[in-house]
Design a protein around this ligand. Structure first.
Ligand code: ATP
Length: 372
C-alpha cells in the first residue's frame, strides 16, 4: 500500500500562500485524517495527493517516487468526493463498474469485484436503481463501492459523510473502518468534524491556516496535546487555558493560588518555568459549591444543557471557564470553586505555546475522548 511523503510542500494561488511548508508522512495502510476548520487547506492538501492540484514548491513522494509531475490517472488511487459525483443516468452497477470497464478488465474479474463490493457495502438488491432513487446513505455507499472496486493502493476521501444525518453518520463511521480493514488501502480522509476524526483515524493531522499543527494518534491529541492550538481545537468544548505562574510549589492565577503536587513542582522547577499557560479540560474540572483548600473561586454566568450533563460557564480572574458536569445545582450568579487532579493538568510554554510535557508519574494516566 502507498506511503506518501510531503517534503516542504507549498501551495500558492497567485500571491496567496494556502499551504505552507508541509512536512509529514502518511504511513502505508494507515487511516490518516486531515482535520481543520473551513478554509485551512485540507481539501487542497488532498487534491495535491490526488494530482488534481499543482504543487507550487517542494516534493511529494509516493512509495519513494517523486510524483509532482505524474498525472492523477497514473497515481493508482481512487477518490470519494463530498457530493459523491455519481453519474445520474447510470444504475448502481453501472456506476460501480464504470472505471473497471474503462480499464478494460476481463468480464469475470469485473463481476467478481462488483459482487464482493455489493455484499460488503450492503448494496445487494439496489443494483438497478439510479442515484436519484437512493437515500443519501446508499449513494454514499455506491460512491465508496466505486472507489474500492478499483483496488487502488490509496483511497482519498473528502468529507464523505457530511451529507448524512447524524444517526447515519455514526453508522457510516463504523462501516468505513470495516471497509478499510477489508481492503487495507492507505486512507487519507478530510473532515472538519473532530468526532469523525477521532473515531476513524489511526492518526490525525490538524491543519490551521495552511500549517500543520500536529500529527498524532487520537488518544494523544486529546490527552497529550502538543500545543495550545490542538488543546483548544480538540474536545467539545475545547480545553480551558489560563495564563498562570509558578512560585515555590504554588500555581498562581491572578490573585489566587493553589498548591501543586510534588511531582508537578519538581517538574516545573526542573524546566525552570515561571510564567506559562496551564490547561484543564472542561470534563476534567473538579467543581465544588464550598471553598476547599487548593481550589480557585469563580461565579457562574451561564448553564448549557446537554441532556445527561451540562456545561457550567463561570468567570474567574477575568477569564471565562467552562466545566462539563452531571451536577445540576449550579445556577447563574452562584459561587463556584474548582480544581483539577494533578494528572489532568497540562502546562504550555508561554512563548512558543508548546506542551512542556508531564512528570513521569502521570505518564500512565490516559483518559478516553468523550464528546458532549
Ligand atoms: N482555485 C482556487 N483559487 C484561489 N483560492 C483557492 C482556490 N481553491 C481554494 N482556494 C482557497 O484556499 C484555501 C483553502 O481551501 P480548501 O478548500 O483547501 O480548504 P478546506 O480546509 O478544505 O475548507 P472546507 O472545509 O471549507 O472545504 C481557502 O481560503 C480557499 O478559498
Amino acid at each position: 500500500m502507498k506511503e506518501i511523503v510531503f517534503e516542504n510542500v507549498c501551495k500558492k494561488y497567485g500571491k496567496n500562500t494556502i499551504i505552507e511548508n508541509l512536512n509529514f508522512t502518511v504511513h502505508s495502510g494507515e487511516r490518516l485524517i486531515l482535520l481543520g476548520a473551513s478554509g485551512c487547506g485540507k481539501s487542497t492538501t488532498l487534491r495535491m495527493i490526488a494530482g488534481l492540484e499543482d504543487i507550487t514548491s517542494g516534493n511529494l513522494y509516493m512509495n519513494g517516487q517523486r510524483v509532482n509531475d505524474i498525472v492523477s490517472g497514473k497515481r493508482n488511487l481512487s477518490m470519494v468526493f463530498q457530493n459523491y459525483a455519481l453519474y445520474p443516468h447510470m444504475t448502481v452497477t453501472e456506476n460501480i463498474i464504470y472505471g473497471l470497464k474503462i480499464q478494460k478488465l476481463p468480464q469475470a474479474e469485473i463481476h467478481a469485484r462488483l459482487t464482493a463490493a455489493l455484499g460488503k457495502l450492503e448494496l445487494d438488491g439496489l443494483e438497478n436503481r439510479k442515484p436519484k432513487d437512493l437515500s443519501g446513505g446508499q449513494r454514499q455507499r455506491v460512491a465508496l463501492a466505486r472507489a474500492v472496486v478499483k483496488r487502488s493502493e490509496l483511497l482519498l476521501l473528502d468529507e464523505p459523510l457530511s451529507n448524512l444525518d447524524a444517526q447515519l453518520r455514526v453508522h457510516a463511521r463504523k462501516e468505513l473502518v470495516k471497509i478499510h480493514q477489508a481492503y487495507k488501502q492507505t486512507f487519507v480522509y478530510v473532515t472538519h468534524d473532530q468526532v469523525e476524526a477521532m473515531t476513524i483515524g489511526d492518526r490525525v493531522a490538524i491543519l490551521d491556516k495552511g500549517r500543520l499543527q500536529v500529527i498524532d494518534t487520537p488518544n494523544n491529541v486529546y490527552n497529550r496535546p502538543a500545543n495550545i492550538f490542538t488543546a483548544k481545537f480538540i474536545g467539545s468544548p475545547g480545553m480551558n487555558i489560563f495564563k498562570g505562574s509558578y512560585s515555590d510549589h504554588f500555581l498562581q492565577l491572578g490573585k489566587q493560588s493553589i498548591k501543586l503536587s510534588e511531582a508537578w513542582s519538581a517538574y516545573i522547577g526542573e524546566k525552570n518555568c515561571r510564567e506559562f499557560y496551564f490547561g484543564i479540560r472542561p470534563e476534567h474540572i473538579l467543581l465544588y459549591r464550598e471553598k476547599h483548600r487548593d481550589t480557585f473561586a469563580g461565579v457562574v454566568k451561564y448553564v448549557e444543557e446537554y441532556g445527561s450533563r451540562r456545561g457550567i460557564y463561570f468567570e474567574t480572574e477575568g477569564s471565562e471557564v467552562v466545566a462539563v458536569t452531571e451536577a445540576s445545582d449550579f445556577k447563574p450568579g452562584s459561587n463556584i470553586y474548582f480544581a483539577a487532579d494533578s494528572d489532568k493538568l497540562h502546562i504550555f510554554d508561554s512563548k512558543n505555546k508548546k506542551n512542556i510535557g508531564y512528570p513521569e508519574v502521570y505518564h500512565g494516566n490516559i483518559y478516553q475522548y468523550q464528546s458532549v
